[in-house]
Design a protein around this ligand. Sequence first.
Ligand code: 3UK
Length: 530
Amino acid sequence: MPRHYNAAVDFVDRHVAEGRGDRVAFVEDARTTTYAQLAELTSRAATAIRGLGVVPEQRVMLCLHDTADFAAIFFGAMRAGAVAVPVNTLLTADDYAFMLEDSRARVLFVSDALVEKLQPALAKVAKPPRVVVVKSPAFTGPSGGADSAPGETRVSRTVRHLMFEDVIASSAPEGEVAPTTCDDVAFWLYSSGSTGAPKGAIHLHSHLVHTAALYGKGVLGVREDDVVFSAAKLFFAYGLGNALTFPLHVGATAVLMAERPTPASVMRTLAKHRPTIFCGVPTLFASMLADRALAEAKGSARLRVSISAGEALPKHTGEKWRERFGTDILDGIGSTEMLHIFLSNRHGDVRYGTSGKPVPGYDVKLVGDDGEETPDGEEGSLWVRGPSSCVAYWNQREKSLATFHGPWTRTGDRYVRDSEGYYTYAGRSDDMLKVGGIWVSPFEVESALSAHEAVLEAAVVGHADGDGLVKPRAFVVLADGREGSEALCAELQAFVKTKLAMYKYPRWIEFTKELPKTATGKIQRFKLRA
Ligand code: 3UK
């Protein structure tokens, strides 16, 4: 890595300097963006961010649907020396209030369709950021569901804001690049904690190119003529690599879809834009395969490979996909802390049901309870070391100390390595659940359930559905005089959806007389799992 380094220059300006300005960086339903256009938009965004009073190292939050504007704002913030903080668009006002306070973001870029959802959070924080509203481009497909609604321009009456298009138009396209080093903080990504409060993983300018070179180019083999489509959104580390830094590292093209990734919207995008690489999560692959209405759909005619991450890909899902589409799914494990995939299957060496082998450039080890490395065939805790590891969690000393040990990161996962060196996922060492590839803390679902007047207490564990994928299952002890029924189950599910992000609600609820507990009153989730 050169010492003086700004990731925005490497991923954006470099292509124009090297003569790729006319190549297409992003394809959306309603527009395409060339590398030259992206460079200008990024530079204007950087000028705009400075113009809004942001100084180097201050945070700029992005709550945005996937569009080329996301890319320009993300890199624009870094170009200005600021710290980009993309956040999940599916969360609740409480979650946003926490992240706004925690990050002290000075500017918030938010998609028009999401402004109203952010309003209560903005009203709550002591020093609210300036708000810049980004219009979602129209898309040509069928309506994509409640939260998607791009196409409609909604301008908020309750939130004082500027419009991105105005801010961009009045900002000069040429601006100096902040003189950052490769070790400067570039962006944070929030990851859910087991107690519910998210932790901001701090990443540096150098981290993006390390993941793009080691996994993107090295393992996945993204090339200039590839068209990449990631159903996982840009605000996840997984989607950020897939659809932003991997294609931009080699001058390839990414397809961006602003709507919610349903089997139908994803299949439509595959057929329409014909990507060569498709990136999904196990729940999506499984639901696409199971969808009767899509049984005849052919997907992308140019597809050469797909990748899966977020949770373990069940063996039969990979095999069924291969049978139907004739291409493999490379399952690999990554994390917000490591930024992207560090253990993965390879082209021509796919073992469905495993996470493959370490990505060259990363070291992994399995550690037993005695602190020694475990022998092959025995389960251990997965530790990983590599050049894209986040430096700490923001403002979370205890949690940082528990996770980062010198160059090593504890993933919290249990794994087994076989005699040939393949790694197989064996569960979490904490109670956290991965639902559709996204973290869910049982604790926050329990707290939400307990807030209902019919509930005395609740415990939540993971339970495998018909595809072998984990979803939350709740055990509920009702208050005196209340009785369990299907109607109450539906009411509790609806209640949780009003309190938490939708995907966190318990898919099954069992009413029970009491919960198994230790002598000190701690719920014994392992008993409920059994
Ligand atoms: C689990 C997997 C089994 C595992 C991520 C690719 O998922 C990502 O990041 P998160 O921080 O979660 C990390 C945790 O998710 N996990 C992820 N992939 C797999 N378990 N097999 C897999 N293939 O518990 C891990 O510790 O949300 C994935 C790239 C970047 C990412 N941030």
